[in-house]
Design a protein around this ligand. Structure first.
Ligand code: SF4
Length: 634
C-alpha cells in the first residue's frame, strides 16, 4: 500500500512530477498527521504557516484514506484552483482512481427556466443585453456543466448573468418544466455520486442550514470534511446562521409577480396599482436612512426614527398584494410560487418586528440602494456543532492563521471545537534573513488628529526606498480614498487602487507593472499571492480592530462580559491579531522573497496587548529606525 512517505520523500512520487521538487519536513509531517487523524477517526484544528504546502499535504492523505471526502475552501476561485491544479497533481502522485467533482452554489449555474422566461420577456433589455442573451442561448446548447464561469464572451458585470440564474426562492424545483435538464440538480446529483467533492464554505454552510430545517441536502454525506481557509468560518457561519430579508428581495418579488401576471393571468388591473404602491413604500423605507453604508442596532433605530411609520405602511401594502395573489395563485405555478414566497417574506418581517431574544441580535444594514433586516445569533458555536454533527464526519480545520502564539482557544471557542486536537507547523521561510519589521515610534497615535499626514509622509519615504513594489493595506475605505488622492499626486510610481477594476484584474496589473503600488482594504489582506520582487514592501496603516460601533460586535462583547470573560483581551485582541497575521502574510510567499513589513501603529509596541499581537506574527527582526529600511533595500 502506498504510504505518505512514498509520496513526499526526496525521491518520492511528487519529485517525479514537480520540477525542482524540494522536500519540506513540515509538509510531510502535516500529511502524516492528517492521515493518522483520519485513520483514528479524530478531529483536528491545525495551522500551517505560509509555504508549508498545506493543500497537497491534506489532499494526499485524503486520497490515500480511500474515504468519501468533502473539501471546502474559501472562494470559487480557490475551488477552481484546487480542482484544476492541485487535485490532478495529488491524484497522479497517489496513482489513485477516484471520481471527483467541483460543486458551487446555485447562482453559478445556468437556470434554464429563467433563461426561457427572459427570452419571452425582453422588453426591458437594451441592445447589449440582447446580444449577451444570444451568447447565453448559444452556449446553453453546448455546455456540459452549465457553470456560468464558462461564459467568458460576456462581461463579468453584465446584468444578464443575474437574470439567467436562480435563487432558492424563485426556483420551481420538481414542478419546473426544465427540471430534467436542470444544471443545478444535475451537478448536485453528480456530487452525490463522487468520491471527492470540492466545494466552498458558502455552499457547505447553506447545506448545513437546509439539513437542519429538513429541506433536503445539496452535498453528499462524507466520511471526512476538510475545511481549508478555515479562519473564514466563524464570520461566514455568523452570516449563514443569520436570517435576513432585504428591500432587494422584495423588489425582485415585484418583478417576478409582474412576469407571472403576464404569463399566467394578464387581466388584473387591481394588481398593477397595488404593486406600484408597494414598490414606492419599499423605497420610502430605504429613504428613512441617509445614503452612506452603515450597520445599525434595530432597537435603537426602531425607537428613534420614522422607520416604524414607513415599515407599517409598507406592510399594509404588502398584505394587499398578497390578498390579490391568493385569489389567483391557482392559475399557474409562477403565480403560486410568488404567493408562497411573499407569504414567507411577510411573516418573516412580522415576526422580526416583534421578536426580542437575548441570544440573538436584530440589526439593520444599509448598503447601496438597499436595506437589510438581519437576525444574527450572538454565539454560533452550539449551532455550528449541531449542524456539523449531522454529517457524522471526521472534521479537519486548517489555515495559515488560526492560532495566536500556538494557542487555538480564540478560534476553537467560536466554533465549539475545544475538544479537537490541535497542531501548528511553522512556515519553512527564514524570516530572520528574508524580512524586517519596521514599527515607527515617532508617528502620532493612530487616533490622533496629526496621524494621517505623518502616515502619508512616512509612506512616501518608504516607497522611495523600495521603489514602489508595495501593498498599502488600510483598515477603512475612507483612509484608502483619502490616501489614494494624495499619493497619486505625490509619488512617481504607478498606483493601483481597489475598486478601480475587479480584484483579480487589479492583481494581474500589479504583477505586470514595474514598480507598482497597490492600495487596498480588507479583501487584499488575505488570499493574495504575489511572489518575487514585485511585492517587497507591505505597509499597514492601523491594527485591524473591528469598528466598536458595529451592533453585532457590541452584542458579542456583551455576551463575553456576561460569561465573566474579558471582551477586549479574549475577543477583540485575538481578532485583530489574526487579521494582522493575514495582512503581514502577503509579504513573503517564497524562499527567495525578501521584503519589509511596516506597521504604522505604535500600539503594537507601547501597549501590553500590542506585545501579544506582535508575538503572534512570524519571527521578523524588528526595528524602529527608518534608516534600517533604507539599508535593507540597498
Ligand atoms: S429547477 Fe430551478 S434552477 Fe432548475 S431550471 Fe427550474 S427553476 Fe431553474
Amino acid at each position: 500500500m502506498t504510504k505518505v512517505k512514498d509520496i513526499f520523500s526526496k525521491d518520492g512520487s511528487l519529485s517525479n512530477l514537480i520540477d525542482d521538487y524540494q522536500h519540506r519536513t513540515e509538509q510531510e509531517d502535516m500529511a502524516h498527521k492528517i492521515f493518522s487523524t483520519i485513520s483514528k477517526g479524530k478531529n483536528l484544528v491545525c495551522e500551517a504557516g505560509t509555504g508549508t504546502g498545506k493543500t497537497i499535504a491534506y489532499l494526499v492523505p485524503a486520497l490515500l484514506s480511500k474515504q468519501k471526502v468533502i473539501i471546502s475552501t474559501g472562494t470559487r476561485h480557490l475551488q477552481d484552483q484546487l480542482y484544476q491544479k492541485d487535485l490532478p497533481l495529488a491524484i497522479e502522485a497517489v496513482a489513485s482512481v477516484v471520481t471527483t467533482m467541483v460543486l458551487k452554489g446555485r447562482s453559478n449555474y445556468l437556470c434554464l427556466h429563467h433563461m426561457e422566461t427572459l427570452i419571452h420577456n425582453t422588453k426591458d433589455l437594451n441592445y447589449q443585453n440582447m446580444s449577451d442573451l444570444q451568447e447565453v442561448v448559444q452556449w446553453s446548447s453546448s455546455t456540459k456543466t452549465g457553470d456560468i464561469n464558462e461564459l467568458v464572451m460576456i462581461e463579468e458585470n453584465s446584468v444578464i448573468r443575474s437574470k439567467i440564474t436562480s435563487t432558492i426562492e424563485n426556483c420551481l424545483g420538481q414542478s419546473c418544466p426544465s427540471f430534467n435538464d436542470c444544471f443545478v440538480f444535475k451537478n448536485r446529483k453528480a456530487a452525490l455520486e463522487s468520491d471527492l467533492v470540492i466545494t466552498n464554505h458558502h455552499l457547505l454552510l447553506s447545506d448545513m442550514s437546509l439539513r437542519e430545517k429538513g429541506f433536503g441536502e445539496v452535498l453528499p454525506m462524507a466520511d471526512v470534511i476538510i475545511f481549508d481557509e478555515a479562519h473564514q468560518l466563524p464570520e461566514l457561519a455568523s452570516t449563514y446562521f443569520s436570517q435576513t430579508i432585504s428591500s432587494r428581495q422584495l423588489l425582485e418579488l415585484i418583478t417576478d409577480i409582474k412576469i407571472a401576471d403576464r404569463e399566467e393571468a394578464g387581466d388584473m388591473q387591481q394588481l398593477e396599482g397595488a404593486l406600484a404602491k408597494f414598490e414606492k413604500e419599499i423605497r420610502d423605507v430605504r429613504l428613512v436612512f441617509s445614503r452612506e453604508d452603515k450597520r445599525l442596532n434595530w432597537l435603537e433605530v426602531w425607537e428613534n426614527s420614522l422607520l416604524s411609520v414607513e415599515l407599517t405602511k409598507m406592510m399594509i401594502s404588502f398584505q394587499i398584494v398578497l390578498d390579490i395573489l391568493e385569489n389567483v395563485s391557482q392559475r399557474g405555478k409562477l403565480l403560486d410560487n410568488c404567493w408562497q414566497r411573499g407569504k414567507a417574506q411577510y411573516n418573516f418581517i412580522d415576526v422580526y418586528i416583534e421578536t426580542n431574544k437575548e441570544e440573538s441580535i436584530r440589526w439593520i444594514e444599509i448598503r447601496g440602494h438597499h436595506l437589510y433586516l438581519n437576525h444574527t445569533p450572538v454565539n454560533i458555536s452550539e449551532t455550528f456543532q449541531k449542524r456539523l454533527n449531522e454529517y457524522n464526519a471526521i472534521s479537519i480545520f486548517t489555515s495559515a492563521t488560526l492560532a495566536i502564539n500556538d494557542d487555538f482557544n480564540y478560534y476553537s471557542r467560536q466554533l465549539g471545537l475545544e475538544e479537537c486536537q490541535t497542531h501548528v507547523w511553522n512556515s519553512p521561510f527564514d524570516y530572520q534573513k528574508q524580512t524586517c519589521l519596521y514599527v515607527p515610534l515617532d508617528l502620532p497615535d493612530p487616533n490622533q488628529f496629526k496621524y494621517f499626514d505623518a502616515f502619508i509622509e512616512r509612506t512616501i519615504k518608504l516607497l522611495s526606498y523600495s521603489q514602489g513594489h508595495a501593498f498599502i493595506l488600510f483598515t477603512s475605505h475612507q483612509a484608502l480614498k483619502k490616501s489614494a488622492n494624495i499619493l497619486s499626486k505625490k509619488i512617481k510610481y504607478p498606483i493601483l487602487i481597489q475598486g478601480q477594476t475587479p480584484r483579480s484584474e487589479l492583481l494581474n496589473q500589479f504583477r505586470d507593472t514595474e514598480h507598482a503600488v497597490l492600495l487596498g482594504t480588507s479583501s487584499f489582506w488575505e488570499g493574495v499571492d504575489v511572489k518575487g520582487e514585485a511585492l517587497s514592501l507591505v505597509v499597514i496603516d492601523k491594527l485591524p480592530f473591528a469598528s466598536p460601533d458595529d451592533p453585532v460586535l457590541q452584542a458579542r462583547l456583551n455576551h463575553y462580559s456576561k460569561k465573566g470573560m474579558n471582551p477586549f483581551m479574549d475577543y477583540q485582541v485575538p481578532q485583530a491579531a489574526i487579521g494582522l497575521k493575514q495582512g503581514v502574510g502577503r509579504l513573503i510567499r517564497d524562499v527567495t522573497d525578501r521584503g519589509v513589513c511596516v506597521i504604522c501603529d505604535k500600539r503594537v509596541v507601547t501597549k501590553v496587548y500590542g506585545k501579544r499581537i506582535i508575538r503572534a506574527l512570524p519571527p521578523m527582526p524588528m526595528t524602529h529606525v527608518l534608516d534600517d529600511v533604507r539599508i535593507f533595500f540597498n
